[in-house]
Ligand binder design. Sequence first.
Ligand SMILES: Nc1ncnc2c1ncn2[C@@H]1O[C@H](COP(=O)(O)OP(=O)(O)OP(=O)(O)O)[C@@H](O)[C@H]1O
Ligand SMILES: [Mg+2]
Length: 295
Amino acid sequence: MTETTSTSPPTSTSTGEWLLQARGVTMRFGGLTAVDNVDFGVREQEIVGLIGPNGAGKTTFFNCLTGMYRPTSGQVLFRGRRLPPKPQAVTRAGVARTFQNIRLFNNMTALENVMVGRYCRTKSGAISAILRGPRFHREERETRERAYELLDFVGLRRAADHLARNLPYGDQRRLEIARALATDPSLLLLDEPTAGMNPQETREATDLIFRIRERGLAVVVIEHDMRFIFGVCDRVVCLVRGRVLSEGTPTQVQTDPRVVEAYIGGSEASAEEDSPAADKAAQPTEEAPLGGEES
Ligand SMILES: Nc1ncnc2c1ncn2[C@@H]1O[C@H](COP(=O)(O)OP(=O)(O)OP(=O)(O)O)[C@@H](O)[C@H]1O
Ligand SMILES: [Mg+2]
């Protein structure tokens, strides 16, 4: 069902151009409103950053977009159609994600982890898999080739046979991206993809996101590393206490006094200030050049 209405995300200039639209999405847990009436949109091949202090509701919002949570109210449209709040249906529609807390199959190899991502697109059913007929073998071969190609794409071909649990942290994050790409998405949601990465790996992650866009995908990325966010995104949305505080180009958002306030010790600052993520967010002159000229 295609709908066009008055509640488009703030920067919409025309209808029909959004790949994904969230309208008035609210998520309550008991008395806590983690996501509060959020309008949000992503265009084809756009890279959008989602920032905000710890506990702002960023991950919860991703969970609402991907069917892990059924929003208390509001709706999510993908290519103009309502996305059912079921993870498998969301994946099949073309939305893939990675997780803030890496979720790999630790006792499987890197290659097998990517192949698992691919199975939502293969046609062989359980009977075919048990009988191991020609169709099963052909699909298995194609799935394997595609998985190798994706490992190559994220720079992990050499680690294809390594168990996921033995990979360094940065490699595990890239493996999650390869597995997400194996589902053939049009939109990729990344929840803190550079957390735990060193500066070199973070630069490579920037390059990887640009290459993902070149493959025709749109990307939404949650990160606390402001240098990374402002360097990679076309547009940035800042959430604070579940609400959109600021939205615009990287320059607009990084110079928005409300955003600076939210990050560097205003009343909105994180309640978990001793967490590593909060530390990163609270260093605008080194890790997080919020003011642009300051760094
Ligand atoms: N399943 C849940 N049940 C109850 N409260 C929850 C649940 N998930 C999240 N919350 C609460 O919702 C709020 C938003 O949490 P969320 O994890 O979305 O924040 P975040 O912006 O991703 O933070 P961070 O940057 O630390 O990852 C927090 O107060 C959190 O404690
Ligand atoms: Mg989070």
